[in-house]
Design a protein around this ligand. Structure first.
Ligand code: S3P
Length: 171
């Protein structure tokens, strides 16, 4: 398992609700010697606030700054499976860190994502038409996500173990 990785980190990128954290956790367990980290979770713990509250009180720019700083610290570790926030791909400087490991994009159709995140608080989707906003965000980020080393196409019937199986085949 993981000959391509050779001890370096595995980064999951993709939209909110694509399953980066759930799949990352499964993979880290399967690898045994890897630790699982989630950049959103690290930011929330450091700030003592939820992400929606950080967006509300500090604004998106401050969140993006914190996200870049966390990635900077995390990329210095080895043997980590890292789940990143959906927007981490937008800053060019973050790519120099992501590319020190293997980057996996979990690609999911917007309609499937909307079903999965129903009932959760997502600051970027507080709009009149969240599906439309989701589609626009995906369109804006498409080229960036496609810079990943590995892309896994996820269908509505796949659970995290199925996705983990597909990832493991590639690493
Ligand atoms: C964001 C995705 C969220 C979180 C923040 C912004 C985005 O993370 O970082 O709400 O810009 O797509 P998840 O992708 O882990 O939900």
């Amino acid at each position: 398992l993981g000959p391509r990785l050779q001890g370096s980190n595995l980064y999951f990128i993709g939209m909110m609700g694509s399953g980066k954290s759930a799949v990352g956790d499964v993979i880290a367990r399967r690898m045994g010697t890897y630790n699982f980290l989630d950049t959103d979770e690290i930011i929330e713990k450091a700030a003592g606030m939820s992400i929606p509250d950080i967006f509300k009180s500090e604004g998106e720019e401050a969140f993006r700054e914190a996200e870049a700083q966390i990635l900077d610290s995390v990329h210095a570790y080895v043997r980590c499976v890292v789940s990143t926030g959906g927007g981490i791909v937008c800053r060019m400087q973050n790519w120099s860190k992501l590319q020190t490991g293997i980057v996996v994009y979990l690609q999911v159709e917007p309609e499937v994502i909307m079903k999965r995140i129903e009932g959760t608080d997502r600051p970027l989707l507080q709009t009149e038409n969240p599906l439309e906003t989701m589609k626009n965000l995906m369109e804006e980020r498409k080229d960036k996500y496609q810079q990943a080393d590995i892309t896994i196409e996820i269908t509505a019937d796949m659970n995290e173990d199925d996705v983990a199986d597909a990832v493991v085949k590639e690493i």
